[in-house]
Design a protein. Structure first.
Length: 235
């Protein structure tokens, strides 16, 4: 309010319009003076804040083009020809080490092969019963990817990347406990239930000169969820 003493006779009804406008302007001006915020800078700030999202939208494609590849090829894993399949403690595996109808989680036999550094590489080595192995419908091109009754598949579910590690020996299915996807081993791990839409990739295996299981190569198709950047012909 103005800093002066003013005496005005009381009257009936509202004040004149010009007096009300003057009083409102005086209050507004003094409020901004007391807070240190001037009307013009505040308007400028409001305009700048409102225009910021538009500026970000324009700059986003330009900034995105400057982002470099993080360095990890999403298509490949640590598996290469001749790399042994080893347990979590690093011991290699040979035929006869696993009971018929059992599974074993294996890792690439390289330094840190069982750590998060190679989190895309855990694999299930499955020793199927001979009568079940004889019923497997092998995918074209994978006729020599298994060794006898032993088959190896990625442990990473193709739905959301969870571990598909539950094995039903009677039905010959692998199950993912996270979202209940099921993969039929007799159909080369084709999904038969749940949200997964693509097979568990098969790791081609063989024996090395010492009689231990080794990889023939890396996975032939990308492991994990079917992302847009993954060329996927392995339905």
């Amino acid at each position: 309010m103005p800093e002066e003493v003013a005496v005005q006779d009381r009257h009936d009804g509202a004040s004149p319009d010009d007096e009300r406008r003057l009083t409102g302007a005086t209050l507004l001006q003094q409020t901004f003076d007391d807070t240190g915020i001037k009307r013009r800078p505040m308007l400028k700030a409001a305009i700048a804040i409102g225009a910021a999202p538009l500026g970000l939208a324009i700059a986003a494609p330009l900034v995105g083009a400057l982002i470099t590849n993080p360095g990890k090829d999403p298509i490949t894993t640590a598996w290469k020809e001749g790399i042994r399949l080893v347990r979590d403690d690093g011991t290699p595996i040979q035929p006869g080490d696993m009971h018929t109808g059992s599974i074993e989680t294996v890792f690439p036999g390289i330094p840190d092969g069982n750590t998060n550094k190679y989190a895309d590489s855990p694999t299930l080595l499955i020793h199927m019963r001979p009568e079940d192995a004889a019923k497997v419908k092998v995918q074209p091109g994978y006729e020599t990817a298994h060794y006898g009754d032993y088959f190896a598949y990625s442990k990473i579910c193709t739905h959301a990347g969870c571990p598909a590690s539950l094995y039903e020996q009677q039905t010959q299915r692998l199950l993912c406990p996270c979202h209940q996807s099921q993969f039929d081993l007799l159909e080369s791990c084709k999904p038969v239930f749940g949200p997964a839409s693509r097979r568990l990739p098969q790791l081609p295996i063989k024996l090395d000169s010492a009689g231990y299981f080794v990889a023939q190569s890396d996975y032939r198709v990308p492991i994990g969820p079917a992302l847009w950047e993954h060329p996927d012909n392995d339905k």
